[in-house]
Design a protein around this ligand. Structure first.
Ligand code: SAM
Length: 305
């Protein structure tokens, strides 16, 4: 059961008022905690994550043996049950009953943030549908760590998870992303890295900047940003780069952004011959799927010229 300590009295340093602490447990009953764990370096575990994992009634882990190492390292003795992609549906029902009976439960995955290319989505949606509190305990996530150090635009990005392993399906997926303007982030297996970079180069072009973020937070951490053709030949020529865990990031399509602006102008120039600014902008916006405001602003500029 949870670690409820006796009533304590202390003085709040700032307010100089006496407060009574009934419980110093870090968890609330009938709550599901989604706890991020390290992606390599055990020291990246947050103090709050450790406290929550110690205080919950049970930890649902993707692989109980794998997580045993982390739990042992932090002297966390809470019982564990498994929750992985093959038993998630049935296990979620059991965990829901335990939550409804008042227990506090934590969910962890093998590494990083649960639900991010990891199990947990079914559990969280089921539990929330029953009105139960779900609390995130944030921490490591490989895609965020990679993006933060890549040097690629981070204001907007699209997380694409794992690409299909078969080449035809992978290329088809990449083709659909050809005009994506946001930075794209992919998880990839080191075995497929070389082929994937090859396919990316052929779809996105040799010059498109890309980043390989490998073994993040670990001894052989490597973060390299280069044009796709250079990145691919570097990985191809050094088999060490095809080991460990990796994230691949590709810059969004910049040419497409410029082209679409030019295209908006082209449409507007034709329509403005016969229509008022507002009408020409509205039709252009509808035809090219751009915002009405953007089309209107461009129409005004064109008219002034
Ligand atoms: N839930 C995790 C997260 O929050 O990032 C991701 C789990 S997913 C099953 C595993 C993939 O994440 C790996 O194949 C790799 O693409 C990426 N990954 C995990 N740890 C990593 C690390 N230390 N360095 C680079 N990539 C990593």
């Amino acid at each position: 059961m949870r670690n409820i300590l006796p009533v304590r009295v202390y003085y709040d340093q700032n307010l100089m008022i006496k407060k009574r602490l009934v419980s110093v447990s870090n968890v609330e009953p009938e709550s599901l905690y989604i706890v991020a764990t390290p992606i390599g370096n055990l020291a990246d575990m947050s103090a709050r994550a450790i406290e929550v994992l110690k205080d919950v009634d049970v930890i649902a882990a993707e692989d109980t043996r794998h997580s045993g190492h982390l739990l042992q390292h932090y002297a966390i003795k809470t019982p564990t049950v498994s929750l992985h992609e093959h038993n998630e549906q049935q296990r979620s029902e059991v965990l829901l009953s335990r939550l409804q009976a008042g227990e506090a439960i934590a969910l962890i995955s093998d590494a990083g943030t649960p639900l991010i290319s990891d199990p947990g989505y079914r559990l969280v949606s089921l539990v929330r549908a029953h009105g139960i509190n779900v609390v995130p305990i944030p921490g490591c996530c490989a895609l965020v760590a990679a993006l933060s150090a890549s040097g690629l635009a981070s204001d907007k990005f699209s997380f694409e998870g794992f690409l299909p392993s078969k080449q035809a399906a992978r290329k088809h997926t990449l083709e659909k992303l050809k005009n994506e303007t946001r930075t794209m982030i992919f998880y990839e297996s080191p075995r497929r890295l070389n082929n994937t970079l090859n396919d990316m180069e052929s779809v996105f072009g040799r010059e498109r900047p890309a980043c390989l973020a490998r073994e993040l937070t670990k001894l052989h951490e490597t973060i390299v940003t280069k044009p796709l053709a250079e990145l691919q030949s570097w990985v191809d020529s050094d088999s060490n780069q095809q080991r460990g865990e990796c994230v691949v990031l590709v810059e969004g399509n910049r040419i497409q952004q410029d082209a679409s602006e030019a295209e908006v102008d082209r449409f507007l120039a034709i329509l403005l011959d016969d229509l008022p600014v507002k009408r020409a902008a509205a039709i252009t916006a509808a035809l090219l799927s751009v915002s009405k405001n953007k089309a209107y602003e461009q129409a005004l500029k064109l008219q002034q010229k």
